[in-house]
Design a protein around this ligand. Structure first.
Ligand SMILES: NC(=O)c1ccc[n+]([C@@H]2O[C@H](COP(=O)([O-])OP(=O)(O)OC[C@H]3O[C@@H](n4cnc5c(N)ncnc54)[C@H](OP(=O)(O)O)[C@@H]3O)[C@@H](O)[C@H]2O)c1
Length: 335
């Protein structure tokens, strides 16, 4: 069996390009003692991967040149020397952008195909969904009737964060990058109102118009000028959930923006960053609640697929350019 893998060919400067990646073919690995072989079904493309492509210290080590791109993935066990994982089991783990992977089971979760489609383990019932759940509820602490603004509101994390805020009885204002995305989050996901930042010139005026009672919670996926505007409209006691800053991931040097921490002083507000991993001991709580909301029809999700591991780089570049609505995935093999 041939294992097609996508490796890092060069460290990107600014926006990644196709030549930063390389498709490599090698024989599929063989499982050793206590290991099992996974046929990968879906791989994830996520904004955090942009940071891992830089040779910079972060919360996880960078991908080395020539190494397979690390990523979450789903798969099916097709051979096993491990008693916990049997042939035919569906699993989720950090298998990377490749067609086959060997694992000893560490960090691997078994999936129940009857609960929800396997692919949701990389979206609403996986890392992005848990990010929305813990970020909004534990860091944002929204209360009924409060105004919650979500940026990146039509993406994998943002589309779930907005819906959880609605479930908690908040008034939700979404910000996204196209009219179609705005229509989806407002008309199908239940945002009270939303706007397209790409055809809005004065974000502060727009936020004041759409948030007449000010902003109590801001779930920030993007940073940059959108976040600069939100600071000017926060209420006393506001909570800013710093989930991601995608507007800066391709920046070649640090941007100098307005200096806005004074708003936190005057408004006695809190801005707090977090990593979903800090909630690892409570993942089962989050997944149980999200699965219940899904089954009750309170939570909706959208997945967008491209086919073939060779198209993972394009899909990844696509999310950095806003081409995705909901969770972007690469379908590597049929279930
Ligand atoms: N803290 C954590 O543990 C954690 C975990 C997972 C994800 N995150 C962060 O959460 C954010 C969302 O991740 P995701 O997986 O849900 O990705 P996503 O939202 O599905 O995809 C990225 C989206 O970002 C938007 N975007 C790209 N460039 C932008 C810019 N310059 N300004 C504003 N928006 C821009 C695009 O939507 P538009 O069309 O709307 O521009 C794009 O669709 C990212 O910042 C990510 O790093 C954090």
């Amino acid at each position: 069996m041939v294992n097609r893998r996508i490796t890092l060919a060069a460290r990107p400067v600014g926006m990644p390009k196709d030549s930063d990646f390389k498709l490599v073919e090698s024989p599929a690995p063989e499982p050793g003692p206590d290991e099992f072989l996974v046929q990968v079904l879906h791989v994830s493309v996520d904004p955090y991967m942009r940071g891992r492509m830089n040779d910079a210290k972060s919360y996880a080590p960078p991908v080395q040149i020539g190494e397979v791109m690390g990523s979450g993935a789903t798969g099916k066990v097709i051979a096993s020397n491990n008693r916990q994982f049997r042939t035919g089991d569906f699993v989720e783990g950090m298998f990377g952008w490749q067609e086959y992977a060997v694992s000893n089971g560490k960090g691997v979760r078994k999936l129940d195909p009857k609960l929800a489609p396997i692919s949701t383990a990389l979206g609403v019932l996986g890392m992005p969904g848990l990010t929305a759940y813990f970020g909004l509820l534990d860091i944002g602490k929204p209360r009924e009737g409060e105004t919650v603004v979500v940026s990146g509101a039509a993406g994998a994390v943002g589309s779930i964060a907005g819906q959880i805020a609605k479930i908690k009885g908040c008034r939700v204002v979404g910000i996204a990058g196209s009219d179609e995305k705005v229509a989806w989050i407002r008309d199908e996901l239940g945002c009270d109102t939303a706007f397209n930042y790409k055809n809005t010139t004065d974000y502060v005026a727009k936020l004041r118009e759409l948030c007449p009672r000010g902003i109590d919670v801001y779930f920030d996926n993007v940073g940059g000028p959108i976040t600069d505007a939100v600071f000017r409209v926060i209420n006393t006691g506001a909570r800013i959930v710093v989930c991601g800053q995608i507007a800066q991931y391709n920046a070649e040097k640090p941007e100098t923006g307005p200096r806005l921490l004074g708003y936190l002083v005057v408004k006695q507000a809190r801005a707090e960053g977090f990593l979903v991993f800090q909630f690892a001991s409570r993942y089962s709580e989050g997944l149980k609640q999200m699965a219940e909301w899904l089954q009750a029809g309170k939570l909706k999700y959208r997945e967008q697929f491209v086919d073939g591991i060779e198209n993972a780089p394009r899909a990844f570049i696509g999310i950095l350019c806003g081409e995705n609505t909901g969770k972007q995935l690469v379908r590597v093999a049929a279930e």
